[in-house]
Design a protein around this ligand. Sequence first.
Ligand code: SAM
Length: 269
Amino acid sequence: MDKEILNLEEAAELFGVSVKTFIKLLKEEKVPGRKIGREWRFSKKALIDWLSSGDSQAYSSSEAETRDFFDKIAPEWEKIRASYYDESIKSRIFEMGILDKNFTVMDIGCGDGYISRAVARSVNKVIAVDISREMLRELEKKAKESGIENIQAVESDGRDVPVDDGSIDVIFASMYLHHIEEPDIAVKEMSRLLKPGGMVFLADFHEHDNMELMEKMHDLWPGFKTGAIKKLFEKNGFKNICIETLDSDIIKYGQKPMEKIFVLTAVKE
Ligand SMILES: C[S@@+](CC[C@H](N)C(=O)[O-])C[C@H]1O[C@@H](n2cnc3c(N)ncnc32)[C@H](O)[C@@H]1O
């Protein structure tokens, strides 16, 4: 292909993709090219320059997409969350009586503080961790409005939280794990952070096949199988693993009953 000016088919061929894929690229990205009359024309050199100036890190790392998604919906999260699951996850924490005034607890994937704000007055300190700066901003704003002063917000991807080994009494993770590319690493990190005898309280979906929900909420996992999630915690140094299904008949997603939510509790060995 010696020509300097390419038509649509030639430009697609240069990139080694189908015309359909190339047209999609034209719609989604700022590809250098012009429509002259009804015909697309591209400079071969400009296309090669554009390609080589790309930065792979800016592209669809699922983690970056998740962060951008939650950054965008942070101000609406409370409303979205309420139409997505109710207060029963929080209620279980209090029913279980697992809080203590001397505890330092952590809420990973804390969002706007659905759990952090609920437990703050029952513990000494809450470390609230999230990958989304905007979610943390919402949490800080709402905590301040309620006069809560013992929540420390930490921006982190949950793989390498800047907190000492064995320093946490209870870790909460509500509807977090299905957003994580490698749940094994996230659970290993929970194990590192907990004191021996410390507890994890995790709420998530039982495995489901609601692809519409997954797509809409940018979920990476369609929930988890009970056996698989149990093994994941056993493998990472947890014992006394209990899994119970919340009564989610009352929890609705749109008009449909919500996918079943489970609560897992486990103790760090
Ligand atoms: C479905 S929301 C749940 C928020 C809150 N726990 C609740 O129950 O309302 C999932 C949260 O996990 C956060 N998250 C997703 N991936 C994460 C990661 N790798 N590290 C830390 N937080 C993450 C999102 O930013 C979002 O705030």
